[in-house]
Design a protein around this ligand. Structure first.
Ligand SMILES: [Zn+2]
Ligand SMILES: [Zn+2]
Length: 354
């Protein structure tokens, strides 16, 4: 099948900071930049504040759908958590377990941010990893965080190169995170999203003068999250779905795992498909289906790459080209990774055969 009849693709930039916390620009200016970048929606997560939502900034800004959540942290500034679809801030100073539960109970969509962050090059920018794994109340994890990857790879020897070529510093999601994501999905659906964690402020590293490592415009060409919605949020002639409905479409798709992550620096990923055909009909990434029949997986990419099909974290088939087909009767967590120029390009959410 082609999914074109049923699913509509929208491209988002997720995990953004504005001047409501430690980002450099106001939300409307950031939306104006995104409007020139072939992006459909933005998900802001300023630290511990929903003030932009109260001020009515969660709406359509021209053709850009702006969604507003916040990033929560514990008293040790660890366990950063992106919370969307909540109306009030979570009280500060709580443990991660408590705020993860509270976001869930408030009906929010919660995503663990930069779970495996490990950096040691500067005391001024310590890592903020996730440690509170003993909870099942979160909805997703950030499988790729662009800022973490950039900072983690910085050394005195390469810093100048990395400042000059920020997009070329993006290589792969952290293996440990992918491994954990695969094992979580054997138990329940945990959605993978890609975050850019853009601040665009100047940072002082390794005792050098402060540099703006990533303007928003550059960041918007890096990690993107593509979602597949039932209705198009924007029509071909520019008309848009009314705000609450558009918001609902995006979060329904995210919660269902109908999404994939693209490193835009290696090419536009629009049109990527990953689906399975079986006795249960045709299902797409994010779906969980019962076993009991022959399942045929199809992956199609908009331009050639090295396509890998993984089952429970192990690569079981690789194709160089623009499609991969795989038949199986085995249960497991199946997902696709596509590489280009020896770097990670597209990461699908899994299809799970129970
Ligand atoms: Zn954070
Ligand atoms: Zn952040």
């Amino acid at each position: 099948m082609s999914r074109s009849g049923k699913w509509h693709e929208s491209v988002g930039a997720v995990h953004l900071h504005s001047d409501f916390s430690d980002g450099a620009l106001p939300i409307p200016e950031i939306a104006d930049i995104a409007a020139e970048m072939d992006i459909d929606f933005l998900m802001f997560s300023d630290h511990n504040t929903l003030e932009p939502k109260r001020r009515g900034l969660e709406c359509w800004h021209g053709n850009i759908l702006v969604l507003i959540g916040c990033e929560i942290n514990d008293p040790d500034d660890r366990n950063h958590y992106l919370a969307f679809q909540i109306d009030r801030e979570i009280e500060r100073g709580l443990s991660a377990y408590t705020y993860v539960r509270q976001v869930h109970e408030a009906g929010g969509f919660g995503v663990i941010a930069h779970p495996s962050e490990r950096r040691s090059f500067s005391d001024a920018y310590p890592p903020y990893p996730w440690t509170a794994w003993d909870t099942a109340d979160f909805d997703g994890i950030e499988i790729w965080n662009q800022l973490s990857e950039w900072i983690e790879g910085v050394t005195r020897a390469n810093i100048a190169w990395r400042i000059l070529h920020p997009l070329r510093s993006i290589r792969f999601p952290v293996w440990e995170t992918l491994e954990r994501w695969d094992s979580l999905n054997r138990i329940r659906r945990v959605v993978g999203i890609g975050g850019i964690d853009v601040h665009a402020h100047r940072i002082r590293i390794l005792g050098l003068f402060p540099v703006q490592i990533y303007p928003y415009k550059v960041q918007f060409r890096s990690i993107r999250t593509h979602v597949l919605t039932e209705k198009p949020i924007r029509g071909l002639t520019g008309e848009v779905l009314p705000f609450p409905e558009a918001e609902d479409q995006i979060f329904r798709a995210l919660r269902a795992g109908h999404c994939f992550i693209v490193n835009r620096a290696l090419g536009d990923g629009r049109g990527f498909q990953f689906r399975v055909e079986s006795g249960a009909g045709i299902r797409i990434m994010g779906d969980r289906i019962p076993n009991g029949s022959l399942h045929t997986f199809h992956a199609e990419v908009p331009r050639p790459g090295r396509i890998r099909l993984l089952r429970n974290g192990q690569v079981i088939q690789t194709e160089n080209g623009d499609r991969l087909i795989h038949e199986t009767r085995l249960p497991g967590v199946y997902r696709i990774e596509v590489l280009r120029r020896k770097r990670g390009w597209i990461y699908s959410n899994p299809i799970v055969i129970e």
